[in-house]
Design a protein around this ligand. Structure first.
Ligand code: ACO
Length: 431
């Protein structure tokens, strides 16, 4: 075989003077990966990749990101087009089933999402046990796991599509009830005549027997936010969903794990942290330059929350859309939020600073989303819950894709052991 051709088609590893060839896999957008599935079998060694920065855990047809160019596409559609032209339910369908629905498909999907949105009355009792201070993400994760008690058939992989619909339909009710619990108000039931986004806001902000008109600007803003959060390929929470699902754990258990992974401040929890950081800067006299210096200092643990991303080494396209959306929503509502001013100042100064330029740190999706949530009256501890509602179709799409992949294996990484070598056991009396 021509040596040049071999180099193109395979990657050659030289280890202890022996050569090994591994196939090269090229994705539809031209990204290249070395398939090392046979690495250990052939060589006896493994790869070590702290934080999985260079590890492709699967092949997936759901979402494409080019972090260098700032591109994000769901099933081939650019995020900018979907955020402008689509609605969240349509995007859910697209992510989960792989194509944009026609009118008939969309109507049926919408109908099933509204008609499965009640949760079992027995689940209301669980909420009663939580203290009012409970973080709604903890409640969300436990309630979603509890769904498996009410729909045990999920354990046997029966009715996967029905359980997917149940999951999507019920999460907004579960989320809104968690909010009602935290403010000590009675629960408001879902309404079938409202859009997915309007229904979330209605269940959160209405009181029983007094329907509330949800302003269109809120409904549209929330819908856009949900679309922008709907998927982001193999991020921490989605990889968690795939990890848990790879053991054939049921849909609800897998989604619950995703919610827990999302909660962390380095992931979806960052949206809450951003607003808390902006509030802190405002309370400190608005001296944002001081906080830029703190973020740069090796002696401080302070990070500019909502900045930086493992994959984007250019603008996060979602942050660009959200910055404009935040201004628009505030203008429409006639609100002047000093936190937006601080955020814009931080962004402006950071983007000119060599520290951030060299490390390619740009605002991410969480930097501006909180400003919009605040304008809608959503409390800070619910921000990550809204993120979870948005990310749910992405988690489901990946879980479903994995389940449908022939030959998918349980996910089980290896390690390089660094502990003690074999030791002799010393009886307690001799220690
Ligand atoms: N503020 C200040 N410095 C930062 C920041 C930040 N927000 N983010 C990264 N850096 C610095 C790091 O200190 C490091 O500097 P060094 O090379 O001198 O050591 C360098 O930039 C590279 O950062 P890493 O931590 O190695 O990047 P990684 O890819 O591991 O982490 C992450 C990405 C977790 C998003 C990180 O940028 C961060 O913590 N950002 C703040 C939290 C945040 O906004 N998370 C939301 C991400 S989007 C999402 O999950 C929805």
């Amino acid at each position: 075989m021509n040596d040049n051709l071999t180099l193109v088609d395979t990657a050659r590893l030289v280890l202890h003077d022996r050569e090994y060839d591994f196939p090269i896999i090229t994705g539809t957008e031209g990204e290249v990966g070395i398939d090392i599935a046979q690495l250990r079998n052939k060589t006896g060694v493994i790869t070590l990749d702290n934080g999985y920065g260079n590890t492709g855990a699967c092949q997936s047809a759901v979402t494409f990101i080019d972090g260098e160019k700032g591109i994000l596409q769901y099933r081939g559609y650019p995020i900018e087009i979907l955020a402008e032209k689509s609605n969240f339910v349509e995007v859910c369908y697209l992510l989960i089933f792989g194509h944009l629905p026609n009118q008939d498909e969309l109507d049926k999907f919408q109908f099933s999402l509204t008609h499965h949105s009640l949760i079992h009355e027995g689940m209301k009792k669980f909420y009663e046990g939580y203290p009012p201070s409970a973080h709604p993400m903890g409640i969300l994760s436990s309630m979603v796991s509890s769904l498996s008690a009410f729909y045990p058939e999920a354990d046997y992989n029966a009715d996967i599509e029905l359980n997917i619909v149940r999951m999507l339909a019920k999460l907004k009710t579960i989320a809104a009830f968690a909010y009602k619990k935290s403010v000590g108000q009675p629960y408001v039931y879902p309404r079938n005549d409202l859009s997915y986004s309007a229904d979330i806001l209605h269940m959160m902000f209405a009181v029983p027997s007094e329907p509330l008109e949800i302003p269109k600007v809120f409904e549209d803003a929330l819908d856009k936010l949900l679309i922008l959060h709907a998927d982001h390929e193999q991020n921490c929470s989605t990889s968690t969903v795939r990890m848990v699902g790879s053991s054939e754990a049921n849909l609800f258990a897998s989604m619950s794990a995703g919610i827990s992974a999302l909660w962390g401040p380095l992931h979806g929890g960052a949206n809450q942290e951003v607003i808390e950081m902006l509030e802190k800067i405002r309370a400190d006299g608005g001296n944002y330059k001081k906080y830029i210096e703190l973020a740069k200092s090796k002696d401080s643990k302070f990070k500019l929350m909502g900045f930086g991303h493992r994959v984007y080494k250019n603008f996060d396209p979602r942050a660009k859309i959200l910055e404009i959306a935040a201004e628009r929503v505030l203008n429409l509502l006639g609100i002047k939020d000093p936190l937006l001013e601080i955020a814009k100042n931080l962004e402006e100064i950071a983007l000119k600073d060599p520290f951030f330029i060299e490390r390619k740190l740009y605002p991410n999706v969480d930097f501006y989303s909180g400003i919009i949530y605040r304008a809608m009256g959503i409390p800070t501890n619910m921000f990550t819950v809204i993120f979870a509602l948005g990310r749910l179709p992405g988690w489901i799409a990946h879980w479903k894709e994995m389940r449908e992949t022939l030959g998918a294996r349980i996910n089980r990484p290896r390690q390089i052991y660094t502990g003690e070598t074999k030791r002799h056991y010393i009886p307690l009396s001799d220690r």
